[in-house]
Design a protein around this ligand. Structure first.
Ligand code: TXA
Ligand code: MG
Length: 323
């Protein structure tokens, strides 16, 4: 047998085994509704160190802690403002990460030395039962970044995880398969450590959604204020091929656009999402298809509008700057 990690459909038994593996210090890649995560015991410095090594990620990039429900809030976060509790009530389980003041059990190796911590309750049955199982047998939760090498495209299937990290994971680690990620792009990140919410990374939960739920006028949007923030590096979200966002025609390049947009002559259509939601769902897998085909370039027509289109455009702009 090779030393490849244990790939398994996320059944009740394997989820229990995977939780035990986390407790023993091993890593577990698992599906979420956004993208696949690479999980470790959030209180085990050696396991968390392995995540950074495997991903090739700088140590000052903090990790999100995945918890099973809002009832775990107090364990990891303190001085939680009322608007943050409202966001958690409204959107958890779901694709939103809240940045809050941390409690003493959250250590520097998770937060890169900051006094805040990112928390999220993912909306995926395999992820939720893995977290619940792990919380039952430990006094901890699951720290997990996206399960890709640093600066690469986030994985949206267990095959993508194997492509990214398969050679680096050990036989004692797990990859849980849960099919394709329903949303396909990473969670919205909202800084809730101040007097009002600040969106640090856009996602499926939009600024409009947040304003509606909170009924407050002042949600602000801050792009890349924090240099250690995911996406602040040019290479983020970028495939190997060049991503081009204008109508330039490069013969033989790939093409990604909503279905109503015709394929320009000379381009190779890779996907035809028929809605903005489907566009997000297919975005990263289309990047991977372009790379698997060895294309030099991928021409993309960005979807127009607010909400999820904003989140897609945020990724596309970075991908286009990338290489
Ligand atoms: O959808 C997601 O959020 C996925 C799934 C697996 O949950 N996770 C994910 O993790 O995208 P990651 O590590 O690839 O991106 C999360 C970003 C980090 O780059 C980090 O900069 C930011 O969240 N972050 C985490 N904790 C933070 C904190 N305390 N302050 C500011 N930013 C933080
Ligand atoms: Mg990531």
């Amino acid at each position: 047998m090779s030393n490849s990690p244990f790939l398994s459909a996320g059944t009740v038994d394997t989820i229990r085994d995977a939780a035990a593996a986390l407790k023993a210090g091993h890593l577990v890649a698992f599906p979420t509704e956004t993208v696949y995560g690479l999980g470790a015991d959030a209180r085990n410095p050696d396991s968390v160190r392995r995540i950074y090594e495997l991903k090739g990620r700088p140590k000052d990039h903090p990790l999100i802690i995945h918890i099973s429900s809002i009832t775990q809030f107090e364990k990891w976060a303190t001085e939680v403002p009322e608007y943050a509790s409202s966001l958690a009530q409204a959107f958890w389980p779901g694709p939103i990460t809240l940045i809050l003041k941390r409690t003493d059990i959250v250590e520097d190796f998770i937060t890169g030395g900051r006094n805040t911590v990112g928390l999220r309750v993912p909306n995926n049955p395999i992820a939720l039962s893995l977290i619940q199982e792990f919380e039952k047998i430990s006094d901890s939760a699951i720290a997990a970044p996206s399960a890709n090498r640093f600066g690469q495209v986030s994985p949206t299937s267990s095959d993508d995880v194997r492509e990214e990290l398969g050679d680096l994971l050990a036989a004692s680690d797990f990859i849980l398969d849960g099919g394709k990620s329903i949303i396909g792009i990473e969670s919205t990140i909202v800084d809730c450590s101040g007097n009002y919410p600040i969106i640090l990374r856009s996602g499926f939960v939009s600024e409009e959604d947040i304003k509606t739920k909170l009924n407050i006028p002042y949600v602000s949007y801050m792009r890349n204020k924090d240099v250690n923030f995911s996406g602040s590096f040019e290479k983020h979200y970028a495939p190997r091929c060049q991503v081009i966002l204008d109508s330039e025609i490069i013969v033989g390049a790939g093409f990604l656009a909503l279905t109503e947009i015709e394929t320009p002559i000379g381009l190779v259509r890779l996907a035809s999402p028929d809605s903005v939601i489907e566009f997000a769902h297919m975005l990263y897998s289309t990047f991977r298809v372009a790379d698997r085909l060895g294309l030099n370039a991928l021409v993309v027509c960005p979807p127009i509008g607010g909400g999820l289109a904003v989140a897609i455009n945020e990724r596309l702009i970075k991908a286009a700057q990338g290489r």
